[in-house]
Write a protein that binds this ligand. Structure first.
Ligand SMILES: Cc1ncc(COP(=O)(O)O)c(C=O)c1O
Length: 376
């Protein structure tokens, strides 16, 4: 029988919850007692606070990060026949949102170091696709995509940029906050995010007053005035309860993200001292604030390593085992294995390790020793 020396789960929300439990419950009781659950003051205040946190003028709460992307594309009038350029290496919602507005995703492969869209490849893909009407870069794992060239290419084409910042709240590109660089930024409050709700939630950010007004209408069936519908939207509101919980958590976000950064640094230092076939994620110079929603290594014999870690009590996850262009639902796009080789390689090699801010130094040391043990 294997004796597990230590348990290091990928994420332990209980530990964080215990630290803020009293404050959260107080707010939950306040909202429940008010019996005001839909939009209202809590959502409005959270929107103001998130807008400020993301250096944006406006933020509009919505039901989840997937809807945030759909609302953004709808607000920008992306429709059937349009193409939207994005990465094949992301969570499904990125491409799914494009399809949900009836448009078609067009992929450009990613950069091996950052896991984000490769701007040189993007340039080629853009030149070959005259119907691309928007660019949707993803700030994967909490590190920003290379936004300057992306924005420059979009500007040249006269099309908008929507940032999928679902994993990147507070992340910075050359000192600028994620979600404030393109026309619209999209965030998720899924519980595993750096700022996670107690259920689903999302928000969109923008500096454009007209877009903010449209986004706000679209999340309530396209109406600015009750029962009068200027656009065809849908119901995608953020619950008052979620907003109240998120407002308790927001003041802690910077220290939680700093904890993740410290843990990532420790991993890098420890892993670099070992001679093992593992590459630790490193921030690019333009990723001036990486928030490490995930800390991802690339490893030889990844699946066997993951099984070994599990046997030794260490949680890990593969983000993502199948790139978007090879998903069965996108067979109609006609892609094959080999079309986006970097994404396919990363899908075979990447492994996310526990990085949340409640880890002890000894936890990280144990994870590194366990990895070393696998390759010994
Ligand atoms: C990159 C990315 N985009 C979009 C989403 C969708 O967010 P949600 O789960 O809140 O719908 C996620 C969530 O995991 C994500 O990681």
């Amino acid at each position: 029988m294997t004796v597990i020396a230590r348990k290091v789960p990928l994420l332990d929300l209980q530990v964080q919850h215990r630290q803020i439990r009293d404050a959260v419950l107080k707010e939950v009781i306040r909202v429940v007692d008010s019996q005001k659950f839909i939009l209202g003051e809590d959502v409005k205040k959270l929107e103001e606070e998130i807008a400020a946190y993301c250096s944006c003028k406006y933020a509009v709460g919505c039901a989840n990060g997937s809807d945030a992307l759909v609302l953004a594309l709808m607000a920008l009038d992306i429709r059937p026949g349009d193409e939207v350029l994005t990465t094949p290496y992301s969570f499904f919602a990125t491409a799914g949102a494009i399809s949900r507005v009836g448009a078609t995703p067009v992929f450009a492969d990613v950069d091996e170091q950052t896991f984000n869209i490769d701007v040189d490849r993007m340039k080629q893909v853009l030149a070959a696709h005259p119907h691309v009407r928007a660019i949707l870069p993803v700030h994967l794992f909490g590190g920003c995509a290379d936004m300057d060239p992306i924005v420059a290419m979009a500007h040249e084409r006269g099309i908008p940029v929507v940032e999928d910042a679902a994993q990147a709240i507070g992340s910075e590109y050359k000192g600028r906050r994620a979600g404030s660089i393109g026309q619209i930024g999209c965030f998720s409050f899924f519980p595993s995010k750096n700022l996670g709700g107690y259920g689903d939630g999302g928000i969109v950010t923008t500096n454009d007053a007209a877009l903010a007004e449209r986004l706000s209408a679209l999340r309530t069936h396209g109406s600015k005035k009750k029962y009068f519908h200027e656009w065809i939207g849908f119901n995608s509101r953020l619950d008052a309860l979620q907003a109240a919980v998120l407002r308790v958590k927001l003041p802690h976000l910077d220290s939680w993200s700093q904890g993740r950064q410290k843990n990532a640094d420790r991993y890098r230092a420890r892993l670099a001292s070992l001679s093992i076939p593992v590459t630790a994620a490193k921030a690019a110079s333009y990723q001036t604030r990486h928030i490490y929603n995930q800390f991802v290594i690339r490893a030889e014999r990844r699946d066997a390593l993951q099984a070994h870690l599990k046997d030794q009590g260490v949680g890990s996850e593969v983000y993502y085992p199948q790139p978007l262009h090879l998903q069965p639902c996108y067979a109609f796009l006609g892609h094959r294995a080999g079309d986006f080789p970097v994404s396919e390689k990363l899908a075979a090699e990447s492994l996310a390790l526990p990085v949340h801010s409640d880890l002890a130094r000894e936890d990280i040391d144990y994870v590194c020793q366990t990895i070393q043990g696998f390759y010994a």
